[in-house]
Design a protein around this ligand. Structure first.
Ligand code: FNR
Length: 184
């Protein structure tokens, strides 16, 4: 059975490189897996007072992520950390306490940056939050994609064969990680 992966992109820019990266990944995966971006730009800031009168956006994303087999995070780095919009999505998905739709879910993190460090800081800050809420995050391979601003052509396709190969290897490893975690 095909594995359904929801992708949370840590940028809400229309021309986001991370969104382009997520879209490229969705085209690279084997038929045994499907990748779908889930939107996070409309989520109200987390505030537990809203749990009594649930925002439709929270309801929607909790349902979408809860129904998925796995979660893939594709994120830029903002000031050496996770962009607030993505952290907010994690917060919304992790609550109410004891009812987190992320708990026990297999996940993986890809970070990217126009710079050389590939969003290492964001990648690891995100992993720290995921540890705290019991997400089953794939430890390796790690994915820090540098030079992302020159990685795509005019059509938004990856120009570099080695980047494509790396992502293919990464996503295959992730599929194995998810299948192992489901059968455990
Ligand atoms: C950045 N950027 C950035 N890049 C980086 O490698 N390390 C960092 O700490 C930061 N910090 C940072 C803070 C803020 C507020 C912004 C707006 C940007 C640059 C960032 O990587 C770049 O804008 C990417 O293009 C953002 O990803 P998307 O939107 O293209 O997916």
């Amino acid at each position: 059975q095909a594995i359904e992966v929801v992708v949370l992109v840590g940028s809400v820019r229309k021309k986001s490189f991370n969104r382009m990266l997520a879209q490229s990944l969705a085209e690279l995966v084997a038929p045994s897996m499907s990748l779908r971006i889930v939107e996070i730009s409309d989520l109200s800031y987390y505030n537990d007072e809203l749990e009594a009168d649930l925002p439709a956006s929270w309801q929607r994303i909790r349902q979408e992520v809860g129904a998925a087999d796995a979660v893939l995070f594709v994120t830029p780095e903002y000031n050496r950390s996770v962009p607030a919009v993505l952290k907010n999505a994690v917060d919304v998905l992790s609550r109410p306490y004891g009812k987190s739709v992320l708990a026990g879910k297999p996940a993986a993190v890809i970070s990217s940056s126009p710079g050389a460090l590939g969003g290492f800081g964001a990648n690891h800050h995100l992993r720290q939050s995921l540890v705290g809420i019991g997400v089953n995050t794939m430890p390796t391979p790690e994915a820090y994609i540098g030079g992302i601003a020159t990685a795509f052509d005019e059509q938004g396709k990856l120009v570099n064969a080695s980047t494509k190969e790396f992502l293919q290897t990464f996503i295959k490893a992730f599929e194995q990680w998810v299948r192992r975690s489901k059968s455990a």
